[in-house]
Design a protein around this ligand. Structure first.
Ligand code: GLV
Length: 387
């Protein structure tokens, strides 16, 4: 058993143990990947303020996210094709999250369906909705989520058309993978991955296949998005969806103060400041850079969370100090899943929790609910002057 000390250790194992097309799907941004890179490098520009001789006993990272008790304010983000990183990946990740006491979000573009996750877990989970042209499909999936006891709907706003990820095109990404000489050789030596995949029946987009009018290629994320995602999505449609759902709503993919204000106007329980992990608009600002202005504009009216760029507990801490009430992690747990299945997701959560807890103590705090701007040092020009 390798010694895992950080998310990067899991990332190395993920790369080793998972077919290239799926590892690359996770570890890429759109076009030049500038935004993808800056999501993490901008975190490095922020420093933590070391404080000493402060009582650091009885620490807690427990808090709430939209009223739900969490062991730490870190939710698992919706990630497409998770069940291709490891067989039954969404079920494994949801189980790890449940045991750890953090929320799991199932993507519309998942391999395991809403029903698969429901049958194999107990805790309520969140469901992420991509708005499709096919209204019947949308109505139906909302009902399926309700039937499964989903307790918050995450509406993703920044992927009505797909940003181009060069590697996916070059690798011929599909679920299940198409059998070519290259893919057979590549999969052939990921023995554990292959054995587990052979034992599961879950190898297609099970939220969609059998539930929606067929696309030209049901195995292809890019064909599906191009043909089925609703390009006319606007605030009035979001308001209607919110009404249809009738429960808690999280609006994900907000990167601009004006949009944050609109999100609050429409009504939501939280917004997620996100550029989709740098996978959509290449050239957009990193999430952490935009966060303070959005917190300032709407932080007293809704919970502001952040995703895109979190790879450590120190990153979580920095985001909270800049005003986020919580964060979502994507790649950090997918690396764990690809490395070691459910145990790897648990490991990713443990790593982040330990880093968060110890760094909090070294900053002189013992309660995560007391984080503030005083704990970090941010360069004067961090947010930048953009005209
Ligand atoms: C889907 O959410 C993707 O980013 O590929």
């Amino acid at each position: 058993m390798p010694v895992i000390t950080c998310i990067d250790d899991l990332k190395r194992l993920h790369k080793l143990r998972t077919p290239k097309m799926f590892y690359d799907y996770c570890e890429s941004g759109s076009w030049t990947e500038q935004t993808f890179r800056e999501n993490t490098s901008d975190f490095d520009k922020i420093r933590l303020r070391q404080r000493v001789a402060v009582d650091m006993s009885n620490r807690t990272t427990k808090t709430t996210m939209i009223g739900r008790d969490v062991a730490m304010p870190v939710a698992l983000a919706p990630v497409g094709l998770t069940g291709m990183q490891r067989a039954d990946g969404e079920i494994k990740a949801a189980r790890a999250a449940e045991k750890f006491g953090v929320p799991f979000t199932l993507s519309t573009m998942s391999i395991c369906s809403i029903e698969d996750v429901r049958e194999n877990t107990k805790a309520p989970f969140w469901f992420q909705l991509y708005v499709m042209r096919d209204e019947e499909f949308v109505d139906n999936i909302i009902q399926r989520a309700k039937n499964a006891g989903v307790d918050a709907l995450v509406i993703t706003l920044d992927l009505q058309i797909l940003g181009q990820r060069h590697k996916d095109l070059k690798n011929g990404l599909s679920a299940p993978p198409k059998l070519t000489a290259k893919s057979i050789i590549d999969m052939g030596w990921r023995v554990q991955w292959g054995l587990e995949m052979l034992q599961t029946k879950r190898r297609t987009f099970r939220n969609i296949v059998g539930h929606a009018k067929s696309a030209s290629d049901m195995s292809s994320l890019s064909a599906w998005t191009a043909e089925q995602f609703e390009p006319r999505l606007d605030w009035s449609m979001i308001a209607r969806l919110k009404e249809k759902w009738g429960g808690k709503v999280i609006l994900k993919g907000v990167l601009d103060v004006e949009d944050a204000k609109k999100a609050v106007e429409v009504g939501c329980d939280a917004i997620v400041v996100s550029n989709h992990g740098g996978r959509q608009l290449d050239g957009a600002l990193s999430s952490i850079r935009v966060l303070p202005s959005i917190v300032e504009a709407v932080g007293d009216q809704t919970e502001v969370w952040l995703d895109s760029g979190i790879r450590s507990g120190q990153d979580v801490l920095k985001a909270l100090c800049l005003g986020a009430k919580g964060v979502m992690i994507g790649r950090a747990y997918i690396h764990g899943l690809g490395a070691m299945g459910e145990a790897g997701v648990t490991k990713a959560l443990e790593v982040i929790h330990k880093e968060l807890d110890i760094s909090m103590a070294l900053c002189g705090r013992r309660d995560i609910n007391t984080f503030d701007r005083d704990m970090v040092l941010v360069p004067d020009d961090f947010e930048g002057r953009w005209a």
